[in-house]
Design a protein. Structure first.
Length: 166
């Protein structure tokens, strides 16, 4: 599963302790001070992950990851550095979209890029939002094969719109 590699790549970079997602009434609440509403249909919560929350589409063509880090060195990094760290294992990268956007009243660095997985020639399209707070940084990531990207991107957009910090 190619998407597993892309999300696994991001999860490996997300060095957060995780005892598994805590979900109540379709809302995930994280220890790092945020909550998101899960997509309704077609998504499965990955229980074996190092990220706060990882979702895989039942078709195997897409995945989402949400993670927070509350670590002074991370919070002090520039947003462009944080974005590059998310996609270190992606080669032949091409930026499709990039800029700052509002997410829950905060400025987020939004990026859509496409590239090849480090250990294969499989192309992936990855969308990310890096949201910086005073004490934490939150990453919201969507990865899919380019041909399947738009099919479930709306689910990711709704997850991003539901992102609230406590």
């Amino acid at each position: 599963m190619r998407v597993a590699g892309a999300v696994g790549l991001a999860a490996a970079l997300a060095v957060a302790a995780c005892a598994g997602p805590t979900i109540e009434n379709g809302v995930y609440r994280a220890r790092t001070g945020y909550r998101v509403t899960l997509p309704r249909d077609g998504w499965v919560v990955e229980r074996d992950t190092r990220a706060d929350l990882e979702l895989r589409h039942q078709t195997g063509s897409a995945a989402m990851l949400v993670n927070g880090l509350c670590d002074v060195p991370v919070v002090e990094r520039r947003p462009d550095v944080l974005v590059r760290q998310l996609v270190l294992g992606l080669r032949d990268r091409v930026v499709v979209e990039s800029g700052e956007v509002p997410v829950n009243g905060r400025v987020a660095t939004h990026t859509v890029l496409e590239g090849r997985m480090q250990k294969s020639d499989d192309r992936m399209r990855i969308e990310s939002y890096v949201v910086k707070g005073d004490r934490c940084v939150w990453d919201l990531i969507y990865a899919a094969e380019p041909g399947a990207f738009d099919a479930t991107r709306g689910d990711f957009q709704r997850l991003v719109e539901s992102f609230v910090t406590d």
